[in-house]
Design a protein around this ligand. Structure first.
Ligand SMILES: *Cc1c(COP(=O)(O)O)cnc(C)c1O
Length: 425
């Protein structure tokens, strides 16, 4: 039984090895693999999720704040319900995420709708539910105004600013630079303020930025916060009672496992604490750093082969279930879940999908496994299941949650019938 957050904060053992076997909390992953009727699957540790949330709560102690979990990182409804029960707010990038956050019990007054291409339908939902809305461009502002007018309801808005601080990350996950597709042109700030002032249905309640993802230096957040506080002061000097300072998400996690120091939520908040004015509510939008390390993606080895001078481990999981390596050349640690005593080789770990970009990892030195050996891709809780597809008609895999010594299916596997149903037209 769960005894609450307190137990979780000291020395949790989410994923760890004992006698050569990988465990998730108290359960041996190999036993779970034998019990689960489908491979591959995602496996989560509830203790890790609660620990990660508690670390943010602790970091924010003494500050008026909202932890806005970025739902796009992982939208499993069961996990969302757990996060909303812990008091988390939500960060949304679509109307469907808004509907799902309602179903998960999030307080929509503590949610924020982001996006550079919000549709009128999405904006209507947001205005109806009192969701905070980020203004991303001139046309986005016009659409928000049109929606508020149509519904004759006020809308609480934040301006998304580009602090133009280089987060030093992969260009695909860098979002706050001058030439980004997100946010307003800062030279136009006065124009935006005038438009908002003229519209009596719009309340400018704050400023927002999101620098990017996988950030490993808190200095970058500090630089951005300095700029954002100055923006906020300028807006307040214009007579707006802006109260929310939203510094976005983006904290990296230890994918590489090289012993490098990764900043914790406390490192992040402590690095900006002295910059924060008294009268504000701080919003942070963690996705990856809340859920990334809560999960492993569990595969079976289908076989081992050699072509030319390359050695391959072929797994049943692929880019269809976990695309980050193929999409961003991202590194995720790969290990066996059981003792393997074969000769060590340098392997590419690849899936069965007909696409040369289909790999889970490259150039990994591993002992030669057997057919059926269990293999996990680590840190698979963020942007993995959420980005899965049906490519090659692979089915979106099931998800399981461990809490202590109990295992629960929190999402069943998608079936071919699910796929066929969309053709019942
Ligand atoms: C994706 C996103 C986040 C979450 O980023 P992480 O790197 O997962 O923490 C936060 N805010 C916005 C606006 C986003 O688009």
């Amino acid at each position: 039984m769960t005894t609450g957050l307190k137990r979780r904060t000291n020395n949790i053992m989410s994923f760890h090895y004992k006698d050569g076997y990988l465990y998730c909390e108290e359960l041996k992953v190999k036993d779970i693999q034998e019990q689960v009727p489908y491979s591959p699957f995602y496996l989560y540790s509830l203790a890790q999720l609660e620990t990660n949330y508690a670390a943010y709560q602790k970091a924010l102690e003494g500050l008026d704040s909202i932890i806005g979990y970025a739902i796009k990182a992982n939208n499993n409804l069961n996990l969302l319900k757990r996060l909303s029960a812990l008091g988390s707010g939500a960060v949304l990038v679509s109307g469907n995420e808004l509907k799902v956050s309602l179903a998960a019990g999030f307080d929509l007054k503590r949610t924020i709708l982001n996006g550079n291409g919000k549709t009128l339908e999405e904006l209507s939902l947001a205005v109806e539910h009192g969701v905070l809305i980020n203004i991303d461009s001139e046309f986005d502002l016009a659409h928000i105004q049109q929606t508020a007018k149509h519904l004759d309801k006020p809308a609480d808005v934040l301006i998304r600013i580009n602090p133009d601080v280089d987060p030093g990350v992969h260009p695909y996950v860098s979002t706050g630079m001058k030439n980004s597709k997100f946010g307003i042109r800062n030279e136009r700030l006065d124009w935006f303020l005038n438009e908002i002032r003229k519209d009596n249905l719009l309340n400018l309640v704050g400023v927002h930025c999101h620098l990017g993802s996988t950030i490993k230096e808190v200095r970058i957040f500090r630089d951005a916060t300095e700029i954002m506080v100055a923006f906020m002061r300028a807006i307040q000097a214009e007579g707006f009672s802006a109260r929310y300072l939203n510094i976005g998400g983006g904290l990296g996690i230890d994918y590489e496992r090289t012993g490098e120091e990764i900043p914790t939520p406390s490192d992040l908040i402590d690095s900006i604490r002295d910059l924060l004015p008294e009268d504000i509510t701080l919003i942070i939008e963690p996705g990856r750093s809340l859920v990334g390390n809560t999960s492993v993606f569990v595969n079976r080895v289908t076989g081992v082969k050699t072509n030319g001078n390359k050695h391959f481990i072929v797994t049943d999981g692929s880019m269809s279930e976990l695309i980050r390596p193929s999409l961003y050349d991202a590194y995720q640690h790969i290990q066996f879940i059981e003792p393997v005593d074969g000769v060590a080789e340098t392997y590419d770990i690849v899936g069965p999908v007909c696409e040369s970009s289909d790999f889970l990892g490259k150039g990994r030195v591993l002992p030669t496994p057997y057919e059926g050996t269990g293999l996990v891709v680590c840190d698979a809780g963020a942007y993995c299941h959420a980005m899965s597809s049906n490519y090659n008609l692979k089915m979106r895999p099931p998800e399981y949650l461990v809490d202590g010594d109990s295992l629960t299916c929190i999402r069943r596997v998608e079936t071919l019938d699910d796929y066929l149903r969309v053709f019942d037209v």
